[in-house]
Each structure stands twice: as C-alpha cells, then as structure tokens.
Ligand binder design. Structure first.
Ligand SMILES: Nc1ncnc2c1ncn2[C@@H]1O[C@H](COP(=O)(O)OP(=O)(O)OP(=O)(O)O)[C@@H](O)[C@H]1O
Ligand SMILES: [Mg+2]
Length: 353
C-alpha cells in the first residue's frame, strides 16, 4: 500500500506548478530559499561522520559545535572547500537533511501529489565545468527535477541591490568563509574578477599560528573563530578577552589575554592581499570601467563584511568610497531569488554548458 502511495505522490503532472527553491552552497554556511517564502534555512556547512556505523550522524549547527571535541571515530566533514563542492556524497547527505528542515514542511501541505522541485544554485567562476555539474547532480539527487547553476558573483551583485544588466559597472567584494571574490559586473556579465582562497576560515588558522608563535599556546579552530568574531575590528574600540588553550611548554591549560590589536596584527597581511587584488582589478580594467568604479564605489558583502570599520580600512587603503551591503549575510541567495523573478533571466545566466 505504502509503495502505491509513494508512486502516487511522485506523479508529476505537466500543469502542476513547480516549487521554486534556491541553494547557496557556501563554504561555511548553506542557505536555502523558497520563492515567496524568503530564506528558509541558514546552517553551517558541517557534518559529523561516524566511521563505525559508516553514516553521517551530525548535521549543520550541531556538527559545528562539536569541532575539536569528537572521539576518533567521528570525523567532522566540510563538503564545500573554497566555494567548490569537494565531497559529493557528504554534500548530498547534508542537503537531504537540510531539505527535510526547510523544504519538506512546505511540501507536506500537498497531501497526495507533490509539486516538482525546481532548484537554482550558484557556483564561483573558478569552478570547473565538472565541479559545476557536480552541483547540478547533487540538487538532482535531493529531488530537484529541473536544475540551473548560475554564476555566483552575478547573484551576489544582484543581491546587493544592483541591476546586473545595466551598463553601469558595479564592483562588489564578497568576503566569505572559503573565498574572497572581487568582481566588476556590467551589462549582465563579469567584466573582471579575482578570487582569493585565503578567506574567513583561513583567517582562523592564522590566528592559531599567531597565538602559537607569540604566546606559546595551542588554540582550537572554534576558539580562533570566536576570537576573530569577538575582537576583530578596524575601529578605535580596543576589546580584550581572556582565552584558554594548551601551553606549548607544559601541555597544560594556559590562559592569555588577547586584544583587538593582536587579531588585527595576525590578519593584517590577509586584508592587504584583498586590497592588492582590488587595486590590480581596477588597474587592469578599461579606463571607463575604472572611472565608474571610482564614481560608484565598492560594496562589501559576505559575513566578513560584519567586521566593524572594515569599509573604513578599504577607504583608507584604496581612496575609493566603500560600503557594506544591507543584505551582506544573504546577498548571494537573495540575488538568486531576485534574478528568478523573471524566468527568462535565469536562462541567460546559466553557467554550465
Ligand atoms: N562578526 C563577524 N566578524 C568576523 N568574521 C565573521 C563574523 N561573522 C562571521 N564571520 C566569518 O565569516 C565567514 C563566513 O562568511 P559567509 O557565511 O559569508 O561564508 P560562506 O558564504 O559560507 O562562504 P563562501 O561564500 O566563501 O563559500 C566565516 O569565516 C566566519 O568566521
Ligand atoms: Mg558566500
């Protein structure tokens, strides 16, 4: 009987309208959205794999909170690396779980015949054709019958509130966990772009190296991320905090005091790399584009844009007006939803061949 019902619920009728879903498969955070419902899920892109039972047992926020605290047989997996789908099976398992949380509640209102799911995702320009196809396949595996993968930076710029089809160039720097993408967009395409793989998550490692070398203390990855979020700023607000780690000398717990200036020192070279990449992008642009960038300024997005005063740092270094996007945390997914308001737009932006 159950199998008959299952067959029945899987029937797709041509006149039945699809459920439109959107997936931002970020290195640190995954966002899922549904047309007319907004962003229905934001979860860390982490899983816990139990090698004894050979199955994934922790997902999202729960998996992230146990980083560094698991026994040997539980491995924390991050299926997206530098914005690229790296572990296909883990990503499918993760997305299946996230669908249960964010999309299934909407599907459950259809009692007998479920609508087909149309999925849109975005991949960075540095992704190869095979990597983009892997995103398509992952969405198909979780139940999407129609899938489109578009250029991530076009979606991000649209999500910052710009008309990507206008001939007025826009310069957006998306500072995420796995990639810093600097893109100049105009006329519906990418004019020029740079991608740095040393992004927010790499910064956590640099904080770990800094405290190891300067204070002889070993800190876990999660502690380093907390320090970055708590202390890092480019303002005069000098914050301090005590942090406990393992002494390099004795192997015993040790507490040290860290200041905002310590974290700035640890990460300064990273922020200078971003500035250098921005300068290079402008220098390589045709004069009309460079002129428009000077006139329109630069927009920052991605969760690193939350660092207080980071736009002032860019203004000081580049002498160009720099702003933080209103929707900096969700610009990519909101951009996909905005571009999909007109169905033909998505066809124009498909990035796979
Ligand atoms: N308030 C904050 N201050 C500093 N860093 C922050 C703050 N909030 C989040 N972050 C950092 O932002 C990064 C995550 O950003 P985001 O969610 O935009 O990345 P993502 O979209 O998952 O990754 P990507 O687009 O690069 O694949 C993490 O490294 C996180 O530590
Ligand atoms: Mg992102």
């Amino acid at each position: 009987m159950k199998s008959i019902i299952n067959k029945f619920t899987n029937i797709r009728l041509p006149f039945f309208s699809s459920l439109y879903t959107y997936f931002d498969l970020g290195t640190t955070n995954t966002r899922i959205g549904i047309k007319n419902k907004g962003v229905t899920l934001t979860e860390p892109t982490y899983l816990g794999y139990n090698s004894r039972i050979k199955d994934y047992i922790f997902f999202g926020a729960e998996a992230k909170t146990i980083v560094g605290k698991t026994p040997d047989f539980i491995k924390i997996i991050r299926p997206i690396v530098n914005g690229i789908l790296y572990d296909f099976d883990a990503e499918v398992a993760y997305l299946q779980k996230m669908m249960e949380k964010s999309v299934d509640p909407y599907l459950s209102q259809y009692r007998f015949i479920k609508p087909p799911i149309r999925g849109i995702s975005a991949a960075p320009t540095i992704a190869t054709e095979i990597e983009k196809k892997a995103v398509e396949e992952a969405l198909e595996k979780i139940g999407c019958s129609e899938v489109f993968v578009i250029e991530k930076s076009l979606a991000t710029v649209a999500g910052c509130g710009f008309d990507i089809f206008s001939h007025e160039p826009h310069f957006v720097i998306d500072m995420g966990g796995g990639l810093i993408e600097l893109s100049i967009i105009s006329g519906g395409g990418i004019v020029s772009q740079r991608a740095l793989k040393t992004a927010g998550d790499n910064m956590n490692k640099l904080i770990g190296n800094y405290t190891y070398l300067k204070h002889g203390i070993v800190l876990g990855e999660a502690t380093c991320e907390d320090l970055k979020i708590k202390l890092l700023n480019f303002t005069k607000d000098e914050k301090t905090t005590n942090v406990r780690g393992k002494s390099l000398e004795t192997g015993l717990p040790k507490t040290i005091k860290l200041k905002s200036s310590d974290i700035r020192e640890a990460l300064m070279s990273q922020f200078h790399h971003i500035v250098d990449a921005a300068k290079e992008l402008i220098e390589l642009s045709p004069p009309e584009i460079a002129d428009a960038v000077f006139k329109n300024g630069i927009v920052l997005t991605g969760n690193l844009a939350a660092v207080a005063g980071v736009h002032d740092f860019f203004i000081q270094e580049l002498k160009i007006d720099t702003y933080v996007a209103d929707n900096y945390a969700n610009a990519t997914i909101l951009g996909m939803m905005k571009l999909d308001k007109d169905q033909n737009t998505v066809y124009k932006l498909i990035s796979t061949s």
